[in-house]
Design a binder for this molecule. Structure first.
Ligand SMILES: Cc1cc2nc3c(=O)[nH]c(=O)nc-3n(C[C@H](O)[C@H](O)[C@H](O)COP(=O)(O)OP(=O)(O)OC[C@H]3O[C@@H](n4cnc5c(N)ncnc54)[C@H](O)[C@@H]3O)c2cc1C
Length: 284
């Protein structure tokens, strides 16, 4: 007979782990699925900021999370979910070639901020950052480049301008900034270079010596995993219970929108787990 879980948690990051921890303490039968345990973002953190009771880099954060997972006996199933389908009262999750069935789903798939500037992937966490609030403080009094792809992230440039000595702002957008240390440039960034750490950004016109590069992009819309789910760009709108437009489907973490921070992801994962418990009580 097919096993039907109370909940399937999709996504191996902090939101997913927090949801799994709470589902376990709530005594529910759940499956936690994802591509990588704790996600790549954890390991890529130069220094984990804004997370209560933890100081250290991404590698140390990963170790702490792994110890907790083992101690709490939370199983993690590796796999890429290629579709989630609602079938009457349950959801079927396709993780080729396997299929899993659950009464509820907590979607914790994050957002993919990576692009294709040469050197970007290799130097992520070594001078390349996607989050001014997370890493800006590392560049106090230094020179940074900001590559701005969306007007909605202009606040991040202002934040950097308040910390760094010089900000080279590469953007095709018309923006107005009062900060004298921000130099707006129309160059097109081609590559980010450095030996082990960022030293320079090379454009179609010139090369600039910098200590860090901030790639300020809106998230790339994720694959539509769930048919019929209401989305807003790259994000899934939720209410305070983390409920989405589909009954029984909840979402948590970066996928619900900014701020993209570990503490928010963890909090939302916990709320989603409690909402699952409440939802199951009402439908059973
Ligand atoms: C370089 C960097 C540094 C950062 N520093 C900080 C910091 O110092 N402090 C802070 O608070 N925040 C920081 N952040 C932000 C933080 O990493 C995110 O807010 C947090 O990771 C969000 O957690 P999440 O679980 O929502 O998503 P993610 O961590 O993105 O996890 C989602 C996971 O779901 C997986 N997934 C997606 N789709 C599928 C699928 N179809 N099948 C299987 N798996 C799937 C992804 O592979 C990923 O592993 C940083 C981010 C970056 C990139």
């Amino acid at each position: 007979m097919e096993h039907i879980y109370d909940a399937a948690v999709v996504g191996g990051g902090i939101a997913g782990f927090s949801a799994a921890l709470s589902l376990k303490s709530l005594g529910l039968d759940f499956l936690w699925l994802g591509e990588t345990e704790f996600g790549e973002k954890v390991k890529n953190c130069e220094y984990v900021r804004n997370y209560p009771a933890f100081t250290g880099d991404g590698a140390a954060f990963f170790e702490t999370l792994s110890r907790q997972r083992v101690r709490e006996a939370i199983p993690f199933t590796k796999g890429r979910i290629d579709g989630i389908f609602r079938m009457r009262e349950t959801f079927t999750l396709s993780v080729s070639p396997a299929l899993y069935t659950a009464r509820t789903v907590i979607l914790c798939t994050g957002v993919d901020l990576k692009g294709n500037i040469k050197g970007e992937r290799e130097l992520t966490g070594r001078g390349v950052s996607y989050c001014a609030v997370c890493d800006g403080a590392l560049y106090r009094g230094k020179t940074v480049a900001a590559v701005l792809g969306s007007r909605s992230l202009l606040e991040d440039v202002e934040y950097l301008a308040g910390l760094a000595a010089t900000v080279y702002l590469f953007t095709p957008l018309e923006v107005a900034l009062a900060h004298k240390n921000v130099h707006i440039l129309r160059d097109f960034p081609r590559s980010i270079e450095g030996e082990g750490r960022v030293n320079r950004i090379v454009t179609d016109r010139s090369s600039y010596e910098v200590d860090g590069v901030f790639l300020l992009r809106e998230a790339i819309p994720p694959e539509t995993l769930v048919g019929g789910l209401r989305t807003e760009g790259a994000h899934v709108p939720v209410d305070r219970r983390m409920a989405t437009s589909l009954p029984g489907l909840f979402a948590a973490g970066d996928v619900t929108g900014p701020p993209y921070q570990f503490a928010k992801a963890a909090g939302e994962g916990l709320v989603a787990a409690h909402s699952v418990k409440e939802y199951l009580r009402t439908v059973r």
